[in-house]
Design a protein around this ligand. Structure first.
Ligand SMILES: Cc1cc2nc3c(=O)[nH]c(=O)nc-3n(C[C@H](O)[C@H](O)[C@H](O)COP(=O)(O)OP(=O)(O)OC[C@H]3O[C@@H](n4cnc5c(N)ncnc54)[C@H](O)[C@@H]3O)c2cc1C
Length: 503
């Protein structure tokens, strides 16, 4: 089995290389987290026969080595036990599959690019994986309104390349863009690097087509900016992580491709100055500011060392990446260069570089985007993705370093300062319950004390249902449970995810 697992590594895909860097199979999620299988039906040879009758032989995977990658999440923390992967090509096929599964009480796990970081995209037991990989057609693009309509399995980067040819960009960008799907992005309400400028998907997604657990197709695919006709049902599917319905098509608003893009990468001496710099960037760069990201020394050091990537400036306690999107090259680059010069004078920036050439900007973005996977090369990473009021944004990193002492290799923090979203990574040689119990629920308690969110953008998935109450009160959880009951009464859609059993 391991041999065929190794065979699956794509030589050209850096994300995949990082993911499969260590060849050890993760422990089964059910054992690791002591979960009991719910009373769903068990898949029989006659069920496989039925799926083959509607999808054909090739789009029903049952060979153990073919199914294995669909059972393991990107961070190699979770492993499910599915024995069947279905690859529909149309909404009608998704609908037929779900109707059948619902009637037979067979649980399913929808999967996009499988880059999710909370274990939501892989089964826990023998749920049938429904992969959207073959639903990757673009329906329409209106280059006047910016409305793109496409199937859920389109890869984000492919969409971005496509709309760029028409003078537009996708409204979201993230390190996993070469692998993640727009359906997965929508189902997780993915944030990413430019949320500061283009807002989140509850704003950009204009319409959705989704299939309910019983196979009913819900058509909310209008590509209108304004449509106040009754309840805004699309929002139920945005961020519900495949537990209320399967997203089959998305209509999304694409902003205009900026004529001028500039990037600054700065060294900063302490976190207080990172915040001062953010305030100054908002005021001095104003409407052209498109990203304000920060990484601490250990984030960059780990990425440079583990992935052999270049750091364009010297070593500093904190790094800040500032990007601008505008329409006037001379004006925008002068504005950013003036910002750099004035903040070097105030001392907020100790050192820095500004780039507008695509290759140089790509090198800097690559360094920032690779942090998410860099820690994996050292063994195992406990990953946290929290929203915290800016004045407390970095507090948890030194607190955790002290709490863990030599039990952790590194504790580092990086993230989207503009959105109040920090990613805290704790690297260890291997997963242990001892370190896990020092981190959880401690981190979530601390986040809750400052009214933060225990999941800023990655979602709740399989890993966090038991902690959701730190961010949602009883009344909200009860309404979520009622909605789940209404839309998926047999609970077949992505079980063991998002909502805890006892609310
Ligand atoms: C290197 C790296 C960087 C990342 N950076 C960011 C970041 O900056 N911001 C951010 O928000 N996230 C980030 N992520 C997390 C991840 O990429 C996002 O959550 C992404 O939106 C997941 O998309 P996917 O297609 O891979 O979905 P998957 O991982 O396959 O699935 C995610 C969830 O959505 C459900 N799902 C998938 N497709 C559908 C569908 N069609 N219908 C219904 N449910 C579905 C799954 O069941 C699962 O619960 C990053 C991940 C990596 C590996």
């Amino acid at each position: 089995m391991i041999k065929s697992f190794v065979k699956l590594i794509s030589k050209n895909n850096v994300l995949e290389q990082i993911r499969y860097a260590s060849q050890a199979l993760p422990q089964l999620s059910s054992e690791k987290y002591n979960i009991k299988r719910k009373t769903f039906g068990t898949i029989e040879p006659s069920d496989v026969g039925y799926f083959r009758s509607i999808l054909g032989e090739e789009r029903v995977l049952t060979d153990e080595s073919d199914v294995l990658p669909y059972n393991i999440d990107w961070i190699k923390n979770c492993r499910g036990q599915s024995r069947v992967v279905l690859k529909p090509r149309s909404t009608e096929e998704v609908s037929t599959i779900l109707k059948y599964c619902n009637d037979k009480r067979l649980a399913v796990c929808p999967q996009g690019g499988n880059t999710g970081l909370v274990g939501g995209s892989v089964p826990v037991f023998d749920e049938i994986v429904i992969s959207f990989a073959l639903m990757n057609k673009i329906d329409t693009l209106d280059d006047l309104s910016g409305a793109l309509v496409c199937e859920a399995g389109c890869i984000l980067e492919n969409l971005d390349n496509y709309v760029r040819e028409h003078g537009l960009i996708m409204p979201l960008d993230l390190g996993a863009k070469g692998t993640c799907h727009i359906g997965g992005n929508t189902s997780t309400n993915a944030g990413g690097l430019r949320l500061l400028r283009y807002g989140n998907l509850h704003g950009s997604v204009l319409g959705i087509e989704a299939v309910k657990a019983d196979g009913t197709v819900i058509d909310c695919l209008r590509a209108l900016k304004k449509d106040n006709t009754g309840y805004h049902l699309k929002h139920l599917f945005i961020g519900s992580e495949g537990t209320l319905g399967l997203v089959t098509k998305v209509a999304i608003h694409c902003p205009v491709l900026p004529k001028s893009v500039n990037l600054g990468f700065f060294g900063v001496k302490n976190f207080e100055n990172v915040l001062k710099l953010y305030k100054s960037a908002k005021s001095k760069l104003g409407e052209i500011l498109s990203a304000f990201e920060m990484a601490d020394f250990d984030s960059i050091d780990c990425t440079v060392k583990n992935l052999k990537l270049p750091n364009p400036i010297s070593e500093y306690p904190f790094y800040v990446l500032v990007e601008t999107h505008g329409s006037d090259e001379a004006h925008d680059s002068e504005k950013l260069t003036r910002f750099l010069a004035s903040e070097m004078e105030t001392g907020l920036i100790v050192d820095g570089t500004v780039a507008s050439e695509p290759a140089k900007m790509q090198t800097i973005w690559n360094l920032r985007e690779s942090i998410a996977g860099a820690g994996l090369a050292g063994g195992y990473v406990f990953k946290y993705d929290v929203s915290i009021p800016l004045k407390n944004y970095y507090d948890l990193v030194p607190i955790l370093r002290k709490r863990l002492g030599d039990k952790a290799l590194k504790v580092f923090g990086y993230g989207h300062v503009g959105d109040g979203n920090i990613h805290i990574n704790v690297t260890v040689p291997q997963y242990t319950k001892e370190v896990s119990s020092l981190l959880e629920p401690y981190i979530f308690e601390e986040v809750s004390k400052v009214n933060g969110s225990i999941s800023a953008e990655h979602g709740i998935g399989f890993r966090k249902p038991m902690y959701i109450h730190y961010s949602k009160d009883q009344s909200a959880l009860q309404l979520m449970k009622d909605l789940k009951q209404l839309m998926d009464p047999n609970g077949i859609l992505n079980p063991y995810k998002v909502l805890p059993d006892a609310v």
